[in-house]
Design a protein around this ligand. Sequence first.
Ligand code: HXC
Length: 520
Amino acid sequence: MADFLTTAEKLEQFRERDAKVNAMGGPKMLEKQKNLGKMTARERIDVFFDKGTFVEIDKFVTHHSTFFGMDKREVPADAVVCGYGKVDGRTVFIFSQDFTSMGGSMGEWQANKICKILEMAMAMGAPVVGFNDSGGARIQEGMFSLSGYGKIFFRNTRASGVVPQITCIMGPTAGGAVYSPAIMDYIFMVKGYGQMYITGPEVIKAATGEIITNEELGGAVTHTKISGYAHWACEDDTDCIARVKELLSYLPSSNREKPPVYPCEDPADRCEEKLNTFIPNSSNRVFNMRNLIKLVVDNGEILEVMKDYAPNMLTLFARMNGQTIGIIANQPQMMSGCLDVNCSDKAARHIRFCDCFNIPIVTFVDVPGFLPGKGQEWGGIIRHGAKMLFAYSEATVPKITVIVRKAYGGSYMAMCSKDMGPDMVIAWPTAQIAVMGAEGAANIVWRKDIAAAEDPEAKRAELVQAYDELFNNPYIAASKGHIDCVLEPKLTRPTIISALDAFKDKVDKLPWKKHGNIPL
Ligand code: HXC
């Protein structure tokens, strides 16, 4: 007996159904999205993946809700486009919320689709990227949508450290919906329409009387500068997608791999004469650590993570001889490079990400100490600073420390001193490794001698010089192996590259444990 429909008719039926889902929320909603300057969920996917590589999963999934007339309402693809494809030839999994379909709201089945993508990515060992553009929990589905979020948080957490998880805030993200991005590794936000907050301006106004705009409360600039919750603020969808691809180029696909190595035209043995004169003659003069690092890494190229937050610390990705490295560096141009609460968190997170994903860590040091003051002490600098000590001590990837100038007191250790387990500590002749600067030391230790002297100022200068000559150099530390190698600055690039090569297969295992208890 022949089927009810012919093969040609079945094909036609498929094409009709497929087109209906592809049409998303319909022309009016698509127009609205366009007028806001936003791409649609499908356009974002088109721009993101290598041409013709995207495979959609669960395209015909529908919601099963019956409340409030939902049984009569179609929501194409349940307002999220999911699947996988290639980015620069490597597999990446994606979910892209479709705001044109019921505001991209999260129902039970949208959540199930996203969970499936997270599970596939974990099993395959490939990164997950999310394009968020949603009005949040689908109100008509009540607690089922909340449970959907919960399932996603659970899987985000299980995937943490297994595959890179990157999220782009390309529309509203409100309430508990912010917590999936918060658990993921990196957050990109688009200025103007990417917004995140737990409670919106209306609720805040009702609860506290405070008046604030959406953008001011939870826009890209707010979260990259003030809260430090997001890592990059982007101009528009195109800029955002390009930056995600750039980040992916530095990362391995999973914790089972090393990062990809790219052909490198910048010579591995390049000596950089400018470095020999880079450090100012006076310890009180600042210099730009970013520029110093650019002279060392491949082609002067860096990818800066959280550029606008805690700028006294630089957290970067770069390449050395084609190989990805993570960089932690003090920035003497900002707060003299002192360590504070925010920069300690920023650095510790970067160290831990690199360690999760087999990325060697290079630390550049010019640190005068922890920032003094009641604000820092009450803000928990002890706990936050401890995160850096913990993260460095726990990291088993190759670690290289380069001390270019000051390395004082506790901050010396927090910047991966020899005792924190780096494989190689390099110091420039300009390095000063001491408990504190000569001025402070002389004033504390010889305060009475200075006061009793006939000419206290001359005595002070004499003692400062004596302390400076004895301690403010790399040689005392080098005499007991706390520095492995004192180096002419111009040789920094070839020396780091050879150390990365020498230690690339090092074995460093932590004792068995469920997990450590980092001071959060
Ligand atoms: C169901 C929703 C929705 C939602 C939007 N829509 N959000 N439907 N549940 N959460 C629908 C609208 O009804 C509308 O449908 C369509 O999507 C487009 O929305 P508009 O309001 O017309 O768009 P716009 O003017 O651009 O405003 C966008 C918005 C607004 C600011 C996001 O829609 C809004 O305030 N939505 C509710 C946000 C919210 O409170 N979400 C719950 C957060 S709490 P029609 O049919 O008219 O086209 C939460 C808890 C999560 O998420 C907890 C996890 C643990």
